[in-house]
Ligand binder design. Structure first.
Ligand code: AMP
Ligand code: GLY
Length: 417
């Protein structure tokens, strides 16, 4: 079988790595991929039509879409119209991630627990509202804003600033409509599941680290590290999440006839009143996927093919009892402006420790790997406990160096509390 993965970051590196382990898979392609993907044929990323042309011409048996943008653009619709097998929601269902309002309305209709919210499409009433409600309060651009469209404002002044910047065009059309939400308090967890609109199969739990600096300080990023499982999701909490989030989600898909044969990611806040949904993503998390797939003992190709075909009822996933930790190594300045082209050393020494180094933002220059993105590497290791996985991951991280490298020293610490 031949598999094609769309995307080129750390999540996609983890996907091609796991797909290549399947005895069913002879060849893996990735568009655009990255130079760290050993044994994978990379090709330029084209339009949805061009990707479908490629899949048809090369006899691709299964296409897996990593990022949200092609899903929201309707790549799944294009593939399915041409009879090509692909994993992901169609364009309509992808609005669960593409529009926060669409997601919020869906949750309200189907009774999923989530923060109370009001919508605004002009600054004046939004400003009135935040002044009336007071802080802390959360301001969100409605559309896709690459993870930067959310401000958790601790003061009214901060909230006013966020409202103004949205309507001043900081996020373009994505910020032309905003949601203002009650601020939820608790620990976050990521629940990612395969869903084919008939059955929902959760993957192992995980937790991301969104802030750039140790102790959850500094601005939000795409994610500075992750671990799996997340101890905050106890067996008891899993039952509650299944009953209040996953099953109502599935029922909602069925009642609204959503064509959702893909990945649903619920970002949860584990509040004193129970789990509440902060957001939906319609794809695998990055870097959660690096930690989760390191623990998956089942065949990923089989599971994804079953998702695309609507055969998930037949799938049971097997997980390693080990814990996994992924530490993201980033460029100096990320999530703001950063330098590119720094020579990366120590990759072989890191791999020799037994860790897997997933590439996210690297390039090849004169035979050396150099930095080429904000998030550069995701160093991932297993251990019998989270403590041990942390030690293994950082033992590998400490072998790797470039000028200005930055990473958090406390990935996984929350799980030890
Ligand atoms: P989102 O893109 O909606 O997941 O928001 C990004 C991050 O902002 C989340 O991971 C949370 O850390 C935080 N956040 C979002 N919504 C809320 C909320 N209602 N209360 C508290 N924190 C929030
Ligand atoms: N790690 C957060 C995300 O993938 O959205």
């Amino acid at each position: 079988m031949k598999a094609l993965v769309i995307g080129g970051g750390g999540r996609e590196h983890a996907l091609v790595w796991k797909l290549a382990q399947s005895p069913l898979v002879d060849k893996v392609y990735c568009a655009p991929g990255n130079p760290g993907m050993d044994g994978v044929e990379t090709l330029p990323l084209g339009t949805s039509q061009e990707m479908a042309d490629f899949a048809a011409a090369h006899g691709i048996d299964l296409t897996m879409v990593g990022p949200e943008a092609p899903l929201c653009d309707g790549i799944v619709d294009v593939f399915r119209q041409r009879g090509l097998r692909i994993v992901g929601p169609n364009r309509f269902a992808a609005q669960l991630e593409g529009s926060k309002r669409f997601a919020k309305d869906f949750m309200r209709r189907h009774g999923l627990p989530t923060a109370k919210a009001e919508y605004f499409d002009a600054a004046a009433p939004a400003l009135d509202y935040v002044r009336r409600m007071g802080a802390p309060i959360v301001v969100k651009a409605d559309g896709l804003a690459a993870g930067k469209g959310v401000v958790v404002a601790m003061t009214v002044a901060e909230a006013e600033e966020a409202v103004k910047s949205c309507f001043d065009g900081a996020f373009g059309q994505a910020g032309a409509r905003i949601l203002i939400e009650e601020c939820l308090v608790g620990e976050e967890a990521s629940i990612i599941a395969l869903c084919d609109s008939r059955t929902i199969v959760p993957l192992a739990s995980s937790q991301d680290h969104k802030r750039v600096w140790d102790g959850d300080k500094g601005p939000n990023t795409g994610g500075m590290g992750a671990y799996s499982p997340a101890p905050v999701v106890t067996d008891e909490q899993w039952k509650v999440i299944n009953q209040t989030v996953l099953q109502p989600f599935l029922k909602g898909c069925q009642e609204e006839k959503l064509d959702f044969r893909g990945i649903i990611y619920a970002g949860l806040m584990m509040t004193a009143e129970g789990p509440k949904v902060l957001e939906f993503n319609v794809r695998f998390g990055d870097p959660e996927t690096q930690a989760i797939l390191a623990r998956l003992d089942s065949d990923l190709f089989e599971a994804l093919a079953a998702t695309a075909d609507g055969r998930l009822a037949d799938v049971t996933l097997r997980w390693s009892p080990k814990a996994a930790v992924c530490v993201v190594m980033a460029s100096h300045g990320y999530p703001g402006a950063y330098e590119k082209g720094c020579i990366i050393s120590g990759l072989e020494d890191a791999a020799a420790t037994g860790a897997v180094v997933f590439h996210a933002g690297t390039a090849m220059k004169d035979g050396h790997f150099v930095t080429h993105g904000g998030r550069v590497l995701g160093v991932t290791a297993l251990g019998d406990t989270i403590r041990e996985a942390i030690d293994h991951a950082y033992a590998a991280v400490d072998k790797i160096h470039w000028d200005g490298v930055q990473f958090r020293r406390d990935i996984g610490q929350k799980a030890l509390k």
